[in-house]
Design a protein around this ligand. Structure first.
Ligand SMILES: Cc1cc2nc3c(=O)[nH]c(=O)nc-3n(C[C@H](O)[C@H](O)[C@H](O)COP(=O)(O)OP(=O)(O)OC[C@H]3O[C@@H](n4cnc5c(N)ncnc54)[C@H](O)[C@@H]3O)c2cc1C
Length: 388
């Protein structure tokens, strides 16, 4: 069996790419190691902020109509610094848009993509499945796949690794990566605040680290608390009551009173960039290609624009393309350089500057106020965040 593309990894990026290519009648096989999606309640849900551009992409691909009923709009973002005057307000209205983006559940997004894919005649999904052997010739990859208890052999003109930050396929291809540790950890939890969130997201910089709050279902917010390793460990170990008290102290009263917190998790924050994203008939996508610090909520949004470029290239071709050939992959890499570089640069700069313990708080607060006052800069900043 010959496929145009075999994708390893059925996270949001692998699923989105499969759909983008399948809708253009390219034959795709997607392999995911997990048999099914994990189930979660709203209180425990992992959420994701989709930019304005990502929503447009999913609208074109017919996925947004499934997500829209439960998506929470972000109408404004309020950026503040604890213990300092000055704030920066970003809002969709000033950009002529009703919203800056939307918050959706990551599992709901993956489920919606999966459901849309099951109606696609050009896409096959195998789960649980893993790639157990591969070798390539100039024309194609020859792949051996383990699916449930059986082994099968297929050929593909392109092999895509969308297998996440620890991508085994990237390592097996001998592609190195640049890793930047920020010395920070993220504690993630959802908190319940029984007052209306008015579709406002908060980014609050602390003397050490930052707290981001994204509006979620009903009275919930997703809280991403960036801090040092020791504090992260202690925040996760605290009783719910003590965590709520600490979180409230840091966020202040503006957000309302926190009454409940979900289970908490924490993990190290880093940026990982593959030294190259392509090799012969091979492409890295999503976190396997570039993993960003979540402070600016851009990781998936950037990857979706990568997917969109692949889609655009196949649409622009008059006839069916060999999407694994050097020319096609080079065009993709060149077209994506500028957007990837500016998002990587901006995210890294925000992560370093705003999480830095070296800069006095008043300088960081002044930076926030400066951004608020300088409307062309704020406009540019907002547009980058929206993916425009
Ligand atoms: C705290 C936090 C908050 C974030 N918030 C935002 C946000 O608001 N907005 C935003 O745009 N981005 C955000 N991001 C980034 C976003 O989560 C990632 O960019 C995105 O989820 C990456 O998706 P992926 O499909 O590349 O990787 P993954 O989601 O890791 O998917 C990889 C998939 O590959 C499968 N897999 C792995 N190995 C194999 C194998 N050998 N065989 C088969 N399958 C395999 C895995 O099971 C998994 O399903 C955030 C990240 C973090 C950490």
């Amino acid at each position: 069996m010959l496929y145009d593309c075999v994708i390893v990894g059925g996270g949001a990026v692998g699923l989105s790419l499969a759909l983008a290519l399948g809708q253009q009648q390219y034959k795709v096989l997607l392999l995911e190691q997990n048999a099914q999606f994990s189930k979660e309640t709203d209180l425990d849900a992992r959420t994701i902020a989709l930019s304005y551009a990502s929503v447009r992409i999913y609208t074109e691909m017919g996925v947004w109509e499934k997500l829209r009923p439960r998506a929470i709009p972000i109408e404004r973002v309020l950026v503040t610094m604890k213990g300092q005057y000055g704030a920066c307000r970003l809002n969709g209205e000033s950009e002529g848009m009703a919203t800056l983006g939307y918050v959706v559940g990551l599992r709901e997004l993956e489920q919606a993509l999966y459901e849309t894919l099951t109606t696609q005649p050009f896409v096959e999904i195998l789960r649980p499945a893993t790639l157990i052997h591969r070798h390539s010739s100039p024309e194609a990859w020859h792949l051996k796949i383990q699916h449930s208890a059986a082994n099968l052999t297929v050929n593909s003109t392109l092999l895509v690794a969308a297998d996440g930050v620890t991508s085994a396929l990237r390592q097996e291809q001998g592609i190195s990566q640049v890793k930047k540790e920020y010395g920070h950890y993220a504690v993630m939890a959802n908190v319940e605040i029984p007052s209306k969130h008015h579709f406002t997201a908060y980014e609050r910089f602390l003397p050490q680290g930052a707290i981001a709050l994204l509006p979620w279902q009903k009275d919930l917010y997703t809280c991403i608390w960036t801090t040092g390793k020791e504090e992260a460990e202690s925040l996760v170990a605290l009783s719910p009551e003590d965590f709520i008290q600490r979180c409230q102290q840091q966020c202040g009263s503006r957000i309302g009173t926190i009454i409940t917190v979900s289970k908490r998790s924490y993990f190290p924050l880093q940026m990982q960039l593959a030294s190259q994203q392509e090799s012969a008939r091979f492409l890295l996508m999503g976190n396997a290609a570039h993993t960003l610090h979540p402070i600016a909520a851009q990781g998936l949004n950037l990857s979706l624009r990568d997917v969109w470029q692949m889609r655009t290239q196949v649409i622009m071709a008059n006839e069916k393309k060999d999407i694994g050939c050097e020319r096609f992959l080079n065009e993709y890499i060149q077209s994506r350089k500028k957007d990837q570089s500016r998002i990587i640069f901006a995210t890294d700069a925000i992560a370093r500057t705003m999480s830095s313990d070296m800069l006095p708080g008043w300088i960081r607060a002044a930076g926030i106020t400066f951004l608020d006052c300088l409307s062309p800069l704020k406009h540019k900043f907002t547009q980058v965040g929206m993916g425009i």
